[in-house]
Structures are given as C-alpha cells and as structure tokens.
Write a protein that binds this ligand. Structure first.
Ligand SMILES: [Zn+2]
Length: 96
C-alpha cells in the first residue's frame, strides 16, 4: 500500500499530497443545461418547441446511455495542490 500509486496527487501538476504537507483542495464541479434557455413565452414556442423536441429526439436516437448522461449532467471532482488551487480559483474560466 506504499508504492505511491494510491496516494492523492494534484490533478493539474501532479504534485504529491504529503502528510503534514500543505493542504490540498477538492473541487467539485456540477454541470447541467439551464432549462431557462428555452423560450418561455408560449406564443413563441408553439411551433418552435415541437420542432425543437423533434430535433432533440433525432439527435438523441444515435447516442448511448452514457453519452446522453454526459449531455445533460456532469459531475467531477478535482484535487488541487495549494499552488494550482490558488491559480485556478482566481481564474476558473480562462479564455483559451
Ligand atoms: Zn498542483
């Protein structure tokens, strides 16, 4: 159990979390589409919603269960060393 492979490491830089070392940070990310993105006025969606749903169903037909899940909801946990954490939390959505 001490070959190091099961020790927690920073998912960004690979730094090893050490006993009595600096505290690492667990970042939990949840992502899901906002239903509010749909047009809310019923007068706007009468025709649109039907074709929107049909289009959605068409797109979903070829997907596996996992792919469907990935499209609607994702949850992941990232372990970060203090250096990476402080860099990330100041700029969590960098423009690439
Ligand atoms: Zn790091």
């Amino acid at each position: 159990m001490t070959d190091g492979s099961d020790l927690p490491i920073c998912h960004r830089c690979g730094a090893l979390m050490q006993e009595k070392g600096p505290l690492f940070f667990m970042v939990n990310i949840e992502a899901y589409p906002l239903p509010d993105m749909l047009p809310m006025d019923p007068r706007d969606i009468e025709g649109d919603l039907k074709s929107y749903i049909e289009q959605l169903m068409d797109e979903m037909r070829g997907l596996s269960e996992q792919e469907l899940l990935d499209q609607v909801y994702r949850r992941l946990s990232i372990l970060l060393c203090p250096i990476c954490y402080h860099q990330w939390i100041e700029n969590p959505t960098p423009v690439s």
